[in-house]
Design a protein around this ligand. Structure first.
Ligand SMILES: Cc1cc2nc3c(=O)[nH]c(=O)nc-3n(C[C@H](O)[C@H](O)[C@H](O)COP(=O)(O)OP(=O)(O)OC[C@H]3O[C@@H](n4cnc5c(N)ncnc54)[C@H](O)[C@@H]3O)c2cc1C
Length: 459
């Protein structure tokens, strides 16, 4: 008989709960351990997964395959079109390889949970499902009335309390289960794309985490909002596909806690970002309407957004005439990543200045982002569009010009991505004079703001 681990977005061998238990099971029963990943290009297309993220997964799988082979675990890359094809594929596979038990880490979105339910019904072996993707699993945190949290701050307080009680530690990579295997090159499921310097395997992701916690977290409080600075960890792509676990992030951060107070402050703010990640996953789990294209605040579904393809295209291509918006959108298009401050500014601009449905922007982001993650992306978009969990009132509308002046005061970031403006001074760059090669602003921000407020007031 054989034990089987099914990898999904947990492409690592360290601190992988399902792998840990699968290895234990195989060892005690003296069974072989096999591993699979199932590529689903049709499903990914439906979910608008970006080519960069697909290729990152492809590279990460190649590395995972080698690591597993060195531990005596056979890895296979299977292919189905959509989630609907997976139960049958796995049923055939488990029968062919005489699988006694399947080990898998849970996912918390509607389509994924439905897929897993059907798999459990269809397979003729025991299925073991583990919480692994978050430090605190959905369902473990409810408010005093037994309801899920709808606002970040009380959620974060409860999260910190439970996390301190549990003190979960990362698991080690399982010891070798047999002779080292010779890994073959995996078949590919996507076209190669230029990835830049993103970690593409768990060792480089762990190295980046260590470097960030050791050398840069102390500056996080000061630099995290400045897109021209390398002030954030840039670990989001690794977290999205599970090259790293959030437990590993927390443990590494805690290892730095003895340091001076500025480090502790930066570390604490960084932890609060990891808690945002958990918060949005809990929201998507408890309020599945957000996964089905609905607003978190149902009343805001009545807003009549504008349908303007030309303005939407100008926004996608970074041609709005608002330099900080254009720089952010071009960063996304060119690199597959955008700084968090710019995600907020550009998302607010689409919804509150162009009055275009935030769902179009949400999908466009997914189609470009190397770190695309449904819950974080949806949460960020609904936050910016005032349809989500944000506690601030809807009339908080970002002014793209003042945001640019505040967070890119010298215009360094704008010059990097909008070379047409490279010769302007820091004073000019946020409201450029009329230029031949750069568009005039496509909206009047003051009027657009008033219109956005009127849209919400009318509800
Ligand atoms: C409109 C919008 C869309 C977004 N889409 C995504 C997305 O698809 N995938 C994604 O991972 N993040 C998304 N974010 C959150 C955030 O912008 C990115 O996580 C962050 O920019 C990644 O860079 P970093 O790894 O250097 O972050 P750091 O500042 O170093 O933060 C550490 C980690 O915390 C998590 N995190 C940080 N901020 C947030 C947040 N606001 N919400 C949820 N998790 C957070 C990420 O996993 C990140 O890697 C979005 C934010 C907005 C406003």
């Amino acid at each position: 008989m054989t034990s089987l681990i099914w990898f999904r977005n947990d492409l690592r061998t360290h601190d992988n709960t399902a792998l840990h238990h699968a290895a234990q099971h195989a060892r005690t029963r003296n069974e072989a351990l096999r591993a699979v990943f199932i590529a689903t290009p049709g499903q990914w297309q439906q979910h608008a997964m970006s080519p960069r993220q697909q290729y990152l997964m492809q590279s990460a799988l190649q590395a995972l395959h080698q690591t597993l082979a060195s531990c005596g675990i056979t890895f296979e890359l299977l292919q189905a079109d959509t989630f609907a094809d997976i139960p049958e594929l796995l049923a055939d596979y488990t029968q062919k390889h005489k699988v006694s038990a399947l080990f898998t880490n849970r996912e918390y979105l509607v389509n994924e949970m439905q897929r897993d339910e059907i798999v459990t019904e269809k397979l003729n072996c025991t299925c073991h499902w583990y919480h692994d993707r978050l430090i605190i699993e959905p369902g473990a945190l409810l408010n005093g009335s037994g309801q899920p949290y709808k606002v970040y701050t009380p959620f974060a307080k409860a999260w910190r309390r439970l996390c301190a009680e549990r003190q979960a530690q990362p698991l080690k990579r399982p010891r070798s289960l047999g002779e080292k295997l010779t890994p073959k090159k995996l078949p590919s499921f996507c076209e190669p794309v230029e990835l830049g310097d993103w970690p593409q395997n768990e060792d480089s992701a762990l190295k980046q985490l260590r470097n960030f916690c050791r050398e840069r977290v102390q500056d996080y409080a000061r630099k995290r909002d400045l897109p021209a600075e390398p002030g954030t960890s840039r670990l989001s792509a690794a977290l999205a596909i599970g090259l790293l676990s959030p437990r590993q992030c927390l443990a590494r951060l805690q290892a730095e806690q003895d340091s001076p107070s500025e480090t502790a402050n930066g570390a604490d703010i960084w932890l609060s970002e990891l808690i945002w990640r958990e918060f949005y996953q809990h929201v998507a789990y408890h309020f599945p309407r957000v996964v089905k294209g609905k607003a978190f605040k149902p009343e805001t579904d009545a807003i009549r957004w504008r349908d303007d393809d030309a303005d939407f295209q100008a926004w996608c291509e970074g041609r709005t005439g608002f330099p900080i918006v254009d720089a952010g959108m071009r960063q996304l298009r060119q690199t597959g990543w955008m700084h968090n401050r710019l995600r907020m500014i550009t998302a607010s601009f689409l919804a509150k200045d162009l009055h275009i449905d935030w769902r179009r922007g949400e999908r466009y982001f997914m189609s470009q982002l190397i770190d695309g993650e449904f819950a974080a992306n949806n949460g960020g978009w609904q936050w910016a569009a005032s349809t989500g969990t944000d506690a601030a009132p809807y009339f908080r509308v970002f002014n793209p010009t003042t945001q640019g002046k505040r967070f890119d005061p010298d215009g360094h970031f704008i010059r990097r991505y909008v070379p047409e403006l490279a010769d302007l001074t820091a004073r000019e760059i946020h409201s450029p004079p009329s230029l031949d090669n750069y568009p005039a602003p496509i909206v009047d921000h003051k009027l657009a703001r008033e219109h956005a407020i009127a849209l919400f007031k009318a509800l």
